[in-house]
Design a protein around this ligand. Structure first.
Ligand code: GTP
Ligand code: MG
Length: 431
């Protein structure tokens, strides 16, 4: 079957640590035929030796040795699979809270997400608690612009496939999703067991009360996102390689605009420019790349050490906007005490990270109505929405959310926790 004609979607799998993300996706890949049985059997043998037979599916994704031994996901795993309608690149985000940073990078490239929530006694509750990552990931996914979601209510085997428990989890998650702004009525909630394969490829006899589709069919309910090809070109850089015989090859995802071979491009903030000699996506040469494409492109006239992760490529006649300050509208997701001006955590925007100072608290906003609750507040707290002037420690590319939403949303983190997320409403351009 030709996969070329199918539209391509980047899917991120999110959810609280140990809720079964890797296992469930490993199972999906197996059921779809994207991994062959021999590999699963190989993993099974190895897992048995460690006395962890049930890890075999997760290992499809958790390929790194260290991850295997510790049984958790550290880096983002990339995998491809096809459904009837789409070609997916799967991003398996780690649930462990130290790794939310990677999750942010993963989520910022995703078109859609699958949220995995364990129905197991105590696990669902831990995930939606204020410190839980079910809550954190849902919030980040929405802030990072992922508007399409499916939910797998996993480990149904541990609760006897109880309809009551399913409804309890579904209702709780629905409340959370509605709060951050998802249209819940459009979201499928599929009861699954990654271990036993319920409702993954076939509707399970264990859940006769469930009237929805299988998980694999739910993937086809996603809609193809709009591709902003008429916007200025923006490619946040993830990595830069120097390939012998080819030259400098930056790698990233086209967020907006179109990149063509022969284009003159500039990398900001460093302000180095060059000419595009070739473009590749998944080892295939292409003449042009459009939004959503993950590409590597060879640029003549640019040296590997002149550019780095976090820089953004654009056309020389419409370069990415570099700022020394910007104003953001944020929501404070988590903070143990209170935030005052002067606080300097870390800014994550597209692929860039830099320390950032809360330079001025401009307004406190009522998160429900959007109305101004207080001018120039002395501090803001968990649960508050606010307008804040930010001063990054070094110049960084951001765009106004209204103009280029893909480069206008950001997260604020401190000591491994997401403090806030928001959108850029104004900026101070560096000339
Ligand atoms: P991180 O990547 O570390 O966030 O975890 P994860 O969400 O990927 O979870 P993982 O797939 O590693 O599974 C965590 C544990 O739950 C493992 O011991 C799995 O075998 C187990 N598990 C996963 N799915 C199911 C399921 O459907 N039923 C039961 N009973 N256990 C499951
Ligand atoms: Mg995992």
């Amino acid at each position: 079957m030709s996969s070329q004609k199918k539209p391509h979607l980047n899917l991120v799998v999110i959810g609280h640590v140990d809720h079964g993300k890797s296992t469930l996706m490993g199972r999906v890949l197996y059921e779809i035929g994207a991994v062959d049985e021999r590999i699963i059997r190989e993993y099974e043998e190895e897992a048995k030796k460690l006395g962890r037979e049930t890890w075999k599916y997760a290992w499809v994704l958790d390929k790194l040795k260290e991850e295997r031994e510790r049984g958790l996901t550290i880096d983002l795993g990339f995998y491809k699979f096809e459904t009837k309608k789409y070609m997916f690149t799967l991003i398996d985000a780690p649930g462990h809270r130290d790794f939310v940073k990677n999750m942010i990078t993963g989520a910022s490239q995703a078109d859609c997400a699958m949220l995995v929530v364990s129905a197991k006694e105590g696990e669902y509750e831990a995930g939606i608690s204020p410190a839980g990552q079910t809550r954190e990931h849902v919030f980040l996914a929405k802030t990072m612009g992922i508007n399409q979601l499916i939910v797998a209510i996993n480990k149904m085997d541990t609760v006897n496939y109880s309809e009551e428990r399913y409804n309890e989890v579904k209702n709780g998650i629905s409340r959370l999703l509605r709060m951050v702004g998802y249209k819940v009525q459009e979201i499928p909630f599929v009861p699954t067991s990654a271990w036993y394969g319920d409702n993954i490829k076939e509707i399970s006899k264990n859940t006769p009360w469930y009237k929805g589709s299988t998980l694999i069919d739910a993937f086809d309910t996603f809609k193809e996102p709009a591709r902003p090809i008429d916007k200025p070109l923006r490619i946040p850089i993830q990595d830069v390689y120097s390939i012998r015989g080819v030259g400098t090859v930056p790698v990233g995802r086209v967020e907006t605009g179109v990149l063509k071979v022969g284009d003159k491009i500039i990398f900001m903030p460093p302000k180095v420019s060059g000419e595009v000699k070739s473009i590749e996506t998944h080892h295939t040469r292409i003449d042009q790349a459009i939004p959503g494409d993950n590409i590597g492109f060879n640029v003549k006239g640019v040296d590997k050490n002149q550019i780095r992760r976090g820089d953004v490529a654009g056309h020389v006649n419409n370069p990415p906007t570099v700022v020394s300050e910007f104003v953001g509208r944020i929501f404070v997701l988590y903070h143990p005490t209170a935030i005052a001006a002067g606080y300097t955590p870390v800014l994550h925007v597209h692929t860039a990270t830099t320390p950032v100072t809360f330079a001025e608290l401009i307004q406190k906003i009522d998160p429900r109505t959007g109305a101004v609750a207080e001018e120039k507040p002395a501090f803001i707290k968990q649960g508050d929405a606010a307008v804040v002037r930010f001063k990054p420690m070094k110049n960084v590319v951001v765009e106004k959310y209204q103009e280029l939403p893909q480069l206008g949303r950001f997260a604020i983190r401190d000591s491994g926790r997401t403090i806030a997320a928001g959108t850029v409403i104004d900026l101070k351009k560096v000339e």
